[in-house]
Design a protein around this ligand. Sequence first.
Ligand code: PLP
Length: 386
Amino acid sequence: MYRIGQKEIDAVARLIESRQMFRYREGGLCERFERRYSKYLGIDDCIMCSSGTTALTAALVGAGVGPGDEVLVPACTYIATAIAVVAAGAIPVIVDIDESILISPEAIDEMAGPKTKAVMPVHMWGMCCDMDAIMAVAEKHGLVVVEDACQAVGGGYKGRKLGTFGKTGGFSFNYFKNMSCGEGGAAVARDPDDFLRVRCMIDCCRFYWTGREDAPSLFTSNGARASELEGAVMNVQLDRLEPTMRSLRKKKQRVLRETVDSGLTPVTAHSLDYECGSHVMYVLPSEEQAVKFSGLAGTGIAGRTGRHVYTEWDPIFEHAGGPSDRMNAFKFEENQDCRMDYRKDMCAKSLDILNRTVMIGLNPDLKRPDVSKLIRRLNRAAKAVL
Ligand SMILES: Cc1ncc(COP(=O)(O)O)c(C=O)c1O
């Protein structure tokens, strides 16, 4: 949940008054944001684009993923993670999550096969995956790591920003994220050659505006260039990010502290001091108890958001990967040995965990008495249910 207000209005007004709406110009706002966000992430470069899905597709291609490759994706993520894999010409293989409700390093170890090229850790709901274990298991199997940090903008793991552990990574700035300009995203790569490919996926015509040396035309792609309107808003949003993160983390840690005697089990956290803190989650012993708890405390249930569980990914299940067979990764000859036999019960362990997990989204502007009320509600519901 982001903060937004007069400063963004003023920034957009200034841009419109300047009539300089194209990003490739002296003092461009997208370029400024890219410089500042890269510094914030502790990485050399990043590129803004039209969405998180575009960013992830570019990140996958940048990391060398393509036809003939399987990519491991978690059973709990938004469908865009799997869509990006298909858009890159590869096949998503769905693997289990664990009690952190994030991708399980053991499941990666178990599921990595001869066709598997990459794994996508997805930092869901502002939490962070177990990056030490994931990087180790990826190395063991020679897998490339492409991070989906769309839901974890501003989050970190043991002091390092999410999105910068993998070979490449992607962020979303859509309406629901920690920084937003309505729709938008950004992609990063650690290796300069990978970054050129990422950038070419997002704006293959850049060379017309910035010179052929800066932007070699490696291949053609669809245009997904960000607008200066997004640049104007995102520069202000970046100023707000750290205070927002601090406020969310503080609130989450207070809620966890003050519900510690309730008998509730928080989902396993891998780096509580650095994650976004945007959601508090507890795993209950049974689905029945989770439903009852959710009714009493007014929380959501992770397995029932209607869009974050693999069973909701209709076009993936239907192998509807493009407008025609020749443009559909599921039909590519190179992919015919990849695992694409999806079944609704294939990750039963994940479904069990998600259906027992209750979730509370926090707002950085919640006042102290509001948080106290929430804590009382959670403790009361726990008493009635556990
Ligand atoms: C985990 C995850 N990955 C990718 C995306 C795609 O982002 P966008 O909607 O900006 O394309 C989202 C968006 O909600 C997401 O939650």
